[in-house]
Design a protein around this ligand. Sequence first.
Ligand code: ADP
Ligand code: ZN
Ligand code: ZN
Length: 732
Amino acid sequence: MFAEVIVDVAHSETDRVFDYAFTDENVKIGCRVEVPFGYQKKEGFVINLKEKTGVPDGKIKSVSRVLDDFPAINADCLALARYVKDSYHVPFAVALRLFIPAELRGGRVKEKFVNVITVSDKFTEAEALSSLRKGSSAQENAIKYLFAFKTCLKAELSDKFGASAVNALVQKGFFVEYKEKAGRTPYKELGAVSKNVTLSDEQTKAIEKVNETKKTVTLLFGVTGSGKTEVYLRLIDETLKSGRTAIMLVPEIALTPQMLGQLRARFQSSVSILHSGLSAGERYDEWLKLKTGESKIAIGARSAIFAPLDNVGLIIVDEEHDSSYDAETSPRYKTVEIAVKRAEICGAKVVLGSATPSIESYDKALSGEYELAEMKKRINGKQLPEFIVADMRKEIRRGNASIFSADLREGLKECLSKGEQAIVFYNRRGYSRQVICRDCGYVAKCENCDISLNYHKDYGILKCHYCGASYKMLSACPECGSVNLSYSGAGTQKIVSELQSLFPSARILRMDNDTTQNKDGHYKILKEFSDKKADFLVGTQMVAKGHDFPDVTLVGILDADMSLYFSDYRSGERTFQLITQVAGRSGRADKNGKVVLQTYNPDNDVLLSAINYDYGSFFEREKAIRKSTGFPPYALIIRVMVESESDDAALQTLKDVYVKVSKIYDENRDNFLFFNKMKSPVKRIKNKFRYQLLMRLTGDYEKIKDGIYEAAEESKSSSSLCYVEENPSNLY
Ligand code: ADP
Ligand code: ZN
Ligand code: ZN
């Protein structure tokens, strides 16, 4: 027999099938094997078995050995890997690697064992004690202790009574020592009490829709606090009862400990977590539990879509609109696409949940491609929190130049006096580079693209990230003449210190990139806040996601408009989502909630839709804009990136790929809405020079796209990278 093997080397030159002979019956499809390759031994994946090979007798080599006790990649996953390889144009080996923990490759994980001591069943406690010489009090105490508790970790016992006493008792045979596999269960302390709730009508209807639809995908469009999690839990429960398994994806696992706690509470050890924050050993253990069927539910961030589960019946993507579902390194996959494909392969259902669906998903729900299940009411029967709009231009005119509006200060004060909690949200990412007039709210925009310009400090210019046009830095506002222009904001630290001086007695927590560097950083802060050890939580995007704190009755949004002008065609969408999500943290339990939204642009359409909870008007307007300007879903944005440590090498590669793509452009002008080559918005990152070709395609562009991928592949060199991104979620 012969095995078709993909050798685990991520080179395009070796990206093909190699045949190997074998006799070992453990060689199966999906197995990892070791094979001779050139002068070396390499790991590889068996993707097919066959009776005959085209390789001549004398030339064929044999599989050296099988690496694992089981096929690491099941048939569904193998099919999915093929899909990833084809649609994201990566070597097969790179696609296959997604399905196994890095630790498995090269045999890097060691199973972790601990030494345990137990009492021997050959002796009684009295016999053991009577054998002791006088004065061996350590041994005496150890015997009394262990005969009471029966077993104990050796390290712990030695700590208490001394290693020499413990070793002596093992020698004498009163104690027995053995090794036990250490269970590395991450986030062990999470395991909330399972709430036994009666479903609301809307929840019941949503579950029925998912069960009854013939469509693969259901969009669960439920307002914040409508009880989406309970719907997920019930669907998972039904899936397990029917003998199948489930995958639950969340944007960032560290930010949603509640979800994990609830899954654990309901399904105990059937849940395994997959995410990059775990230690290598933990990750491997969790993967293995899923592989062997010990766990039946995989929860994690986007990469958990590749969980090694058999017989998947349900895939849930919570907060499906979140941009963290777009992979930013190769392979640059879109998680929802993979989820739908995986579901199609194994006949599973997909549930996409959100209070603010992406334009693409809602569009598909309206057109009938997806089923639509809506939940329009909050579980607590309360209205969604009321918005109070604070016009920051008026505040300045009134002489209040501080970060906080009068309304927000008032609200915070009231919160403190009632012993309730508040979240202050600050959108730092949007804050970095737009130029905004602090007097009239004017924002500098590109004349061609209607997208806000970015200030490039190093060149002293304003630049459009979409068409590359650059403009002189403004010295005064063209609308009102004010010189009060802002292009860099305060940091969270400054907000906290100002807040502290306003409210000296308040206990304030800060959550941003700086305070969450440690492994469990997010979790600790969120836990402190939910334990009511703080009054205010100040933070960036992280505070917006999915949290359920019953005592939060006020949310403050500082400078809501900043992300509105982030130089991205999705900035309106992102702003709408952020405002809705963060507002949704307020008033989730039995108390009414409110939101103070500070802005320089109170008349902005996106803000108005958000504060009126009017997704429909936002969606229609956004769609019309995208249609008329030629942006997704009406066009495909393609960016070819070139990166190199040498500027010359990068330029050479750019030239090569430009010539090739220009040829495609000349032959297919009708399909190109836009095509240009330019420096990347950030020209150098981590010492790499970066250039790009930007284009937008429309019509029937599949062939053109493949051509562009080929052009990039052919243009890259040993010293420079050249790769393709589709609808990248960040252009920097
Ligand atoms: P969403 O994800 O839609 O914002 P959650 O799933 O976090 O909302 O639910 C909001 C709150 O309502 C949670 O505290 C949850 O435990 C509670 N909840 C959900 N369903 C019910 C129900 N049927 N009865 C009572 N409480 C519920
Ligand atoms: Zn102005
Ligand atoms: Zn432009």
